[in-house]
Ligand binder design. Sequence first.
Ligand code: SAH
Length: 366
Amino acid sequence: MKTILFNLTDSELAQFLVDMGQPRFRAKQIRDWMMRGCPCFSLMKNIPADLREKLDAVAQTLPVKIVKKLESSDGETTKFLLELNDCEQIECVLMRTSYGNSVCVSSQAGCAMGCKFCASTLLGVKRNLTINEIFAQILVAQWQLRNDKFSDKPIRPNGDANNDDVSHIVIMGTGEPLQNTENVIGFMERANSEMGIGWRRITLSTCGIVPGIYRLIEWGRPINLAISLHAPTDELRRQIMPINNKYKLTDVLSAADEFTNTHNRQLMVEYILLGRRNENGETELYNCTPEHAEQLSSLLHGKNCMVNLIPWNAVDERDFAAPSGNAIHRFQDILIKNGIHTRIRRERGADVGSACGQLRLNNNKM
Ligand code: SAH
């Protein structure tokens, strides 16, 4: 099996090269390339061609390989299907937005949470990702951004001088980050210290693992916390999110409150709008009737939070339907009337199967 150079420490990397009869300074050159996300030795221009070939035979750069890359038609979203060394696959998504370049990373191969609307969890969880495997996802995106400059892509909306860097991270890809808490924390520490990504530009989304939220409080960094709520009562939430049998809404929200109060941050609440088809083929609202909007308003009353309303991204295997635009706006209007901050999340990359585990799932079906 090839040695993954990214996984070596600086001194291990230097020794690896010395063993190949090379000077130690090659280690720094190769590390610099890897930190820019360089996927293969043949692109490392300051390394002699014969060494590049030798390295290629015995080593690989990053602990992930790109299996598939899909670009949305508007050029704003790139979705990557990546393969890990044990052939597990994960997804990450680069989103070029008006506020910067955001990367959505996976924290696990698969997911154990069993949410009824989600594609990521259909095949269960395979394993936790290592710190390096999570970190490599932002490097893949970083490499893409640098190379955009040389492509015929349209000028991106954030046309400032630093627009070829990753500026934001959302831990919202496949997996439950608070089931892999220590590696996710290790990853955030490295993204901050090695890539200069500010704490306030990192968002971690959880389905509500209460001890994990307290661990984040103890850790003490002022990142953004997002809670996947998706229902305003325990009764309804239990139906679609099995984790609610373990941690009740009030416990999740009080842990989240403690987190946001500690850091004086606004809590992000994720709320997917779900419908169901009845026998007549009409879509009935599942979690987003006017009554649900009132219940959600009471639940969140007085909290410093922002509710992101997310139109459900269709997953073939799942028995839901997306509600109409009108129903979504009616739901939002009630929240607004009740003084709750809310916005409708723009769908990104729907045309590249960017929704939550779809790419990995579909590749598995082939
Ligand atoms: N496990 C974490 C993070 C990964 S899921 C969590 O639950 O927050 C990221 C977000 O996408 C969650 O809010 C999740 O509920 C949502 N999601 C999952 N499947 C979706 C779908 N088909 N359409 C829209 N959002 C979805």
